[in-house]
Design a protein around this ligand. Sequence first.
Ligand code: BGP
Length: 481
Amino acid sequence: MTNQKTAFPKGFLWGGATAANQLEGAYLEDGKGLSVADAMPGGKQRFQILGSETFNWEIDESKYVYPNHRGIDHYHRYKEDIALFAKMGFNCYRFSIAWARIFPKGDETTPNEAGLKFYDQVIDECLKHGIEPVITISHYEIPLHLAKEYGGWKNRQLIDFFETYAKTVLTRYGKKVKYWMTFNEINSAFHFPALSQGMVKATGGRDYQNIFQAWHNQFVASAKAVKIGHEINPDMQIGCMIIYATTYSIDANPINQAETMIQNQEFNFYCTDAQVRGVYPSYQQRMFEKYGVKALDIAEEDLELMKEYPVDYIGFSYYMSTAVNVTTEEDDNVAGNLLGGVRNPFLEASEWGWQIDPEGLRIGLNELYDRYQKPLFIVENGLGAIDKVDENFYVEDDYRIDYLRRHIEAMSEAVKDGVDLMGYTPWGCIDLVSASTGEMSKRYGFIYVDLDDEGNGTMNRYEKKSFHWYKKVIETNGQDL
Ligand code: BGP
């Protein structure tokens, strides 16, 4: 295979990624219950509000805009959206199921048929276009009732509720859908348990006892989903999903190097060690001492389940790298995707301060593959930016093309390094509500959606410049960048 600039295997999965609560809208339609995402107000203060001690998941319509309630109305426009993905040549599409569409409160035993029907239609629409669905079972949302009445994932009862939910969707769709993931960015709870664990009270005080307990419950729930999924369809591939932020020491000072190692263990590897290896890591005890975590509530069969049903692949998001410096008093911190770090002088940052680092993706892919020897799937990557439309609603997003091109080149290098990479689904392939700001103006899409932060706009869809660029990338299996 001479003349090949990049190296992507035949059958490489190219697509895009979304999450139910950030695009569907129709938040109370066809029997859907409220989810925690429906209680997250929009605006720059979103995370501060969720993190405040007084927030208790009450929805206050008089004060805040709730952009997730309308999303980009994908619930009614999914056919048009999937047709656009097909036009770009997607051979896969990652989306999530809204738990509260299937079990409106979360603790019922009979599912809501109308909710199940909606995803039948989405899946069939994908398959009609030759697009392989990749489904996240829980992407930053649980039914609101489970957060308010049960306290979120720290409560062991959620294992059973999740098992019922997972069994329902795996049974219903498992013959048609091969690729699944259990929890979106499960490790994000380390910094922000509201999103992935539905535990708002833990946010302000960083209640590590509950965060680690919730993780344990999620690991067991995930193992049960793997067990059920493989029984339904032995070909099924069920992955975990983490945020991966390649983490550098700011310099060669061994003190910074050691702290970098620790931060890697705590943030990048703890959840994957448990979900991929199926056993808790050797550094767990040290971590527990550091964060004041006492013995967890672990049932007898939990550890066996985790050991027997590890995930099949590692899905991860990669937006940025981060750097560690504990040897200076100077405060040179930067923002990031739920985690910060110090400024890396070699990198530029996005408008939101996330440090752009394609080379870091190659490094991260190697780190993950060396550690686990399991297939990897980049299920989120991309540049959040403010797009400007011209009078024809056209966006010349060369900055986005440049970001993605450099990351795809880095992926190719990792493949040449020997990494087993399954696919690539850039985040927010169609503009949608941002998770951190709850706004529309932070856009990632190849498709522009006419909707502003105040909710004005037709919601019509328009192809950006990157749409045509990505189409070519897919057509040539990553050769023409
Ligand atoms: C990830 C989440 C997504 C998504 C993305 C971009 O952490 O899994 O849901 O939104 O980040 O983040 P943001 O929307 O805050 O720019």
